[in-house]
Design a protein around this ligand. Structure first.
Ligand SMILES: NC(=O)c1ccc[n+]([C@@H]2O[C@H](COP(=O)([O-])OP(=O)(O)OC[C@H]3O[C@@H](n4cnc5c(N)ncnc54)[C@H](OP(=O)(O)O)[C@@H]3O)[C@@H](O)[C@H]2O)c1
Length: 314
């Protein structure tokens, strides 16, 4: 397994297991299977609703805690400073852990505390730099209390990360963003390299299992892209392996979700696939800035959130 070095000197396994929409009754088995295969990194979130079952699998494993890398995420309704530690403690309790390796602010979107998913404009709180810094300071306190080793961001633009770098006392360690050949995030990668953050890519296979309302008609399919399919045939592997090998070859970490034993095995093996320069260049040409998860579900009528103020034009 390859590892990414973080600014603290800690090492994060380059390939991890995604758990979004890994159903209850399946996710525990998938985590157990993954750990047996050699996965050491699991990407979780409170809002995925399955942390307790992930925790059962973590409790049952013989893999030592210090070999594991466990990430979770602070949901949008718990960003007020007084809600941060309780939310982290809730994830720790569900996961059966006494610390997390990484805790991320899930979205640059704030919701009222009682709201998981917004239904109307009253459910939203507008994003402000001041609020973001208060949240960050509360996360820093959790690092000082030993509840989490690293903190970071998810779905943040470089502009929003810069605010944390300029004003925080603990640096964000990881930027987790959607990343795949259709959305290569070269600007984010360069920014993170310059500022000592690691990048983790989500939806590396195109997130086909996301909810129906988040699909768009005629959207492109990474796994069926002729260039990716041809490359996989030439190299005697699968399209998914090409997509994951590409992510690891360019120095990012990647967290494909699967609950299927064969695909879990295939995805883990892809972390050792080194793509050559010519193949990397072919994939480079596929970038079209396309987001499968563009956050438009935060844009109900009357919501203060827009594509522009979430992504800052990036
Ligand atoms: N920070 C965020 O806002 C955010 C957003 C989205 C996702 N994430 C994280 O990133 C993880 C990955 O993203 P994702 O779940 O959206 O999508 P993804 O990993 O791109 O795609 C998962 C889908 O691909 C299938 N799949 C897995 N391996 C495959 C293979 N080798 N060949 C063909 N199909 C394969 C899975 O089905 P099977 O299970 O049947 O194999 C599932 O339907 C999430 O689970 C979550 O942990 C974070």
């Amino acid at each position: 397994m390859k590892y990414l070095s973080l600014h603290t000197g800690a090492k994060m396994p380059a390939l991890g297991l995604g758990t979004w929409r890994a159903d209850k009754g399946e996710v525990g088995r998938a985590v157990t299977e993954a750990l047996n295969l050699g996965y050491r990194h699991v990407d979780c979130a409170q809002v995925y609703g399955n942390e307790a079952e992930v925790g059962e699998a973590l409790k049952a494993t013989s893999v030592a805690r210090e070999e594991l890398w466990i990430t979770s995420k602070l949901w949008n309704n718990a960003q007020r400073p007084e809600d941060v530690r309780p939310a982290l403690e809730q994830s720790l309790k569900a996961l059966g852990l006494d610390y997390l390796d990484l805790y991320l602010i899930h979205w640059p979107v704030q919701l009222a505390h009682t709201v998981m998913y917004p239904q109307s404009r009253q459910d939203f709180i507008a994003w402000t730099t001041e609020h973001a810094l208060e949240t960050w300071n509360a996360l820093e306190a959790c690092v000082r209390s030993g509840l989490v080793r690293h903190i970071g961001t998810s779905n943040f633009s470089t502009k929003k990360i810069q605010v944390l770098l300029d004003n925080g006392s603990i640096r964000p360690a990881v930027s987790q963003v959607e990343m795949h050949p259709y959305l290569q995030q070269d600007g984010m990668r360069a920014f993170c390299r310059a500022n000592g953050l690691a990048v983790t890519g989500f939806a590396p296979l195109g997130s086909k299992h996301r909810p129906a309302h988040q699909h768009r008609e005629g959207e492109p399919s990474l796994l069926d892209h002729p260039e990716i399919v041809a490359m996989s045939e030439r190299l005697g592997t699968t399209p998914a392996s090409i997509l994951l090998g590409w992510a690891v070859t360019r120095g990012t970490s990647v967290i494909p979700k699967s609950t299927n034993p064969d695909r879990l095995r295939q995805n883990l093996a892809a972390a050792d696939l080194e793509l050559g320069e010519a193949d990397m260049a072919l994939i480079s040409a596929m970038d079209m800035g396309y987001r499968f998860l563009d956050g438009s579900h935060w844009m109900l009528e009357g919501s203060p959130y827009t594509l522009e103020n979430i992504w800052d034009g990036e």
